[in-house]
Design a protein around this ligand. Structure first.
Ligand code: NI
Length: 129
């Protein structure tokens, strides 16, 4: 499956962007405030690698639980899919738990995303192209 991005939870997008820039990343999107998810988002890119920086705005953000667990760091890989409903069905059949139903995401031009979890691999995200 083709990777869309790696999701990184961070305490401060501003601070982490400064560090990622030293590693060769540059901003690759607008700066988003997603009030529905209680997160701020900035995409950055280094050659073909896209990283999504996610800053929880409060404890209601899904990413906040990961921040508590791992501090700053990667917590999901997002894969591109053609038909998100069909892909979700396949993953669930394969033993994944659908932890976040598909919904439109402001940071993806309102394309649909969904999150699934399996113990052996952790959290994955699907984005419909
Ligand atoms: Ni993501």
């Amino acid at each position: 499956m083709q990777v869309d991005h790696i999701g990184y939870v961070v305490k401060s997008i501003e601070k982490s962007v400064m560090e990622f820039e030293k590693l060769g990343y540059a901003k690759n999107s607008d700066f988003f405030i997603d009030e529905n998810r209680n997160v701020k988002i900035q995409f950055i890119k280094n050659n073909e690698t896209v990283v999504e920086l996610i800053e929880p705005m409060n404890e209601n953000a899904d990413a906040y639980a990961y921040y508590k667990k791992i501090n700053n760091g990667p917590y999901h890989i997002c894969y591109k899919v053609k038909d998100i409903d069909n892909s979700i069905k396949q993953f669930v059949r394969d033993g994944y738990l659908l932890v976040k139903e598909k919904e439109k995401a402001i940071a993806f031009d309102n394309k649909c995303v969904a999150f699934l979890f399996k113990n052996a691999i952790g959290l994955i995200e699907l984005v419909e192209e």
